[in-house]
Each structure stands twice: as C-alpha cells, then as structure tokens.
Design a protein around this ligand. Structure first.
Ligand SMILES: [Zn+2]
Length: 338
C-alpha cells in the first residue's frame, strides 16, 4: 500500500509499504479521508515524530478485512477512525498517566496510522459512520470532538458571551459548539481572510483582525466594557494567551485549547486583579465524539463550513502541505485523500 512515512528532519516519503494484515482480533480499514491536524504539523515541525512512523488520526474509512475473532464488524462497513470506548486497562496514557507530558511522551509509539491507504484498528476503536454524515465529515469527527470537549469542560453557561482567539479548524468548530451549548454572542479574532470569512458565515457576531485592531478593546467594547464570560485560545501563539487573559471578564474563564510548543509571554499583573481562571482542555473522550456526531446530524455543527474545494489533497502532496502549514496560513481544514 501507499503510505506517507515520516523520515525525520521534516521529511515525509510517500512510498509502498506492506499492507498490514489484521490479527485475529483486529480490523483492516481502508482510509477514505484523513484530516491534517495541528498536532501532526507540530510533530513534523518540532521533529518529534519517530522516523518510520505514519501519522494521521482524523479519518474515516471502510472495513476492508477482519480478523477471525471479530464479530462486531463486517467487510464494507463505513467507520469513523476513533471515538470507541476503550476497554478497562486500555485507556490512553494521555488520560490516565499521572504525569503525562505530551512533548516528551506523545510520540513514542510509531503506530501506522492513516496517512496511508490502510490502517489497522482494534474492533472497539472506531465508530460506525451514521447515515446522513458524509465520510468527509466523519473524518473530522475527531477535531469536532476536541471542540465539544473544550466547550463542555469550560465554564460556559446558557446565555454567556464567548471570545474565540483563532479561527482555524478548531476555532471554527468551537464557535459552532459554543453556539450549540447556548452561547448568546460569539466574538472571533482571526487575521487570515478566508478563516475570518468562514467565522462570519457561521454567524460570529464580531470578527476582529488582530493585525488591524486591538482584540481586547474590541471584545470588551462589544460586551459593554465587561469582557466575554469565557474565552477560548484556539491559536496558542506568542501573544494570544496573554490577550485572552486580558480580554475575559472579571472572574471569567480562559480555556487553552491550542497546544503551544514554545514559551508564551504573559504579564499577569495586567489581569490577575480580575481574578480570572485559566483552564486547559486536552483532546476528547468517547462521549465527545458521540455528541459531535449528534451535532453533525442535527446540523448544529457543519464540517463543510471549514472546508473548501482546495481542502482536499492527494497523499503525494503531503510534504508541501505540511511545509505550508508550518507558517501562518489562510487555509481552512486540509484533508488528505490517500
Ligand atoms: Zn486531531
């Protein structure tokens, strides 16, 4: 099969490798679509992926072969590449390790994932692709679940105002999940025109360009001098965490959703007198995937809104796609089609 194998030093090689054969308790999934995640871009950019690894965890596919002891699936079933409930003892380390550190521990295992034509899964891992959810949307169930998780974990309550810093795929999904959770008004900060436009289309009440105006001032003014109740940092770049803390209302909460890999400057004296809280959100849990799917089915969450025709790229283009995504980008979601 064809796979994009990480070579180290920011290089992928798309080449033929042996198609995996499912063990008695495994299934082989033919990958239909695989979303490119910021996580993968970081693994590439900071060169922490293991040479030989095949990345890609946002996917949908079709069951192509099953092991002899698998009864849950049959060949031809359409699946979403995750969201299943792990059996006791198989919970991911991110959830159960008492001192989990993503930077040093996140890329130890070079499992062959979905920037490839096929990938192996345990039968409990995937979800069934429901009727009415296209496979392109199913592939983005993972980032949608990340947004759902962030919103559920935050202090957001019905009628609250929300600030979202960064309208990349996760920011745009957070915008929709916040609305679904009852946010009254949503304010977005985004410099890239295509992303800002997508936020407007999704009904953001105010979209600010941080290169042209002061985001804190804009959001504070829009809330009658108070500041949004909850702010989500979906950018995680140099200035945004401090900006989020500066923007949120007295006693409000900032949730860090993006994953900054470099130190971020903050000046707490500016905002700590307002007794604001900072929370972090990490990935998603199986219930978030089910909620995300439900929101997709009811139309409350649209993944089509974060894609354009330019979103779909063949596996062969993966090197240039990752190089482009290392820099600030105007791209919406990128989806690889193996
Ligand atoms: Zn992801």
């Amino acid at each position: 099969m064809k796979a994009a194998v990480y070579q180290g030093k920011q290089r992928f090689q798309v080449k033929e490798i042996a198609t995996p054969v499912p063990g008695p308790k495994q299934i082989l999934v033919k990958v239909d679509f695989c979303g490119v995640c910021g996580t993968d871009v970081h693994a590439f950019m900071f060169d922490v992926a293991q040479p030989g690894a095949v990345l890609g965890h946002e996917f949908s596919g079709t069951v192509a072969a099953i092991g002899g002891e698998v009864s849950e699936w049959k060949v031809g079933d359409r699946v979403i590449g995750g969201g299943g409930e792990p059996p006791v003892g198989q919970e991911p380390a991110t959830r159960v390790h008492p001192r989990y550190n993503y930077r040093t521990m996140g890329f130890q295992h070079g499992r062959t994932r979905a920037y490839a034509e096929y990938t192996l899964m345990e039968p409990w891992e995937p979800l069934r692709l429901p009727k009415g959810v296209p496979p392109e949307a199913g592939a983005l169930c993972e980032p949608s679940a990340v947004a759902v998780h962030a919103i559920r974990l935050s202090g957001l309550r019905l009628g609250d105002s929300v600030g979202i810093i960064g309208a990349g795929p996760i920011g745009l999904l957070c915008l929709q999940a916040a609305r679904a959770a009852g946010a009254s008004r949503v304010f977005v900060s985004e410099p890239a025109p295509a992303r800002a436009q997508a936020a407007r289309k999704l009904g953001a009440d105010l979209v600010l360009d941080p290169l042209k105006s002061d985001v804190t001032d804009g959001m504070v003014q829009a809330t009658n001098g108070v500041g949004p109740d909850v702010v989500f940092d979906c950018a995680g770049i140099k200035s945004t965490l401090d900006q989020a803390m500066n923007t949120v209302r007295r006693g409000g909460q900032v949730t860090l959703v993006a994953v900054p890999w470099e130190p971020l400057p903050v000046l707490p004296v500016d905002w700590m007198a307002r007794e604001v809280r900072l929370a972090t959100s990490w990935g998603s849990r199986p219930e978030d995937w089910r909620i995300a799917l439900n929101l997709m089915q009811t139309g409350a969450l649209s993944t089509a809104s974060i894609m354009s025709e330019a979103s779909f790229v063949p596996l062969e283009k993966i090197q240039s796609v990752f190089e482009a995504l290392m820099k600030p980008t105007t791209q919406l979601q990128v989806v690889v089609k193996p």
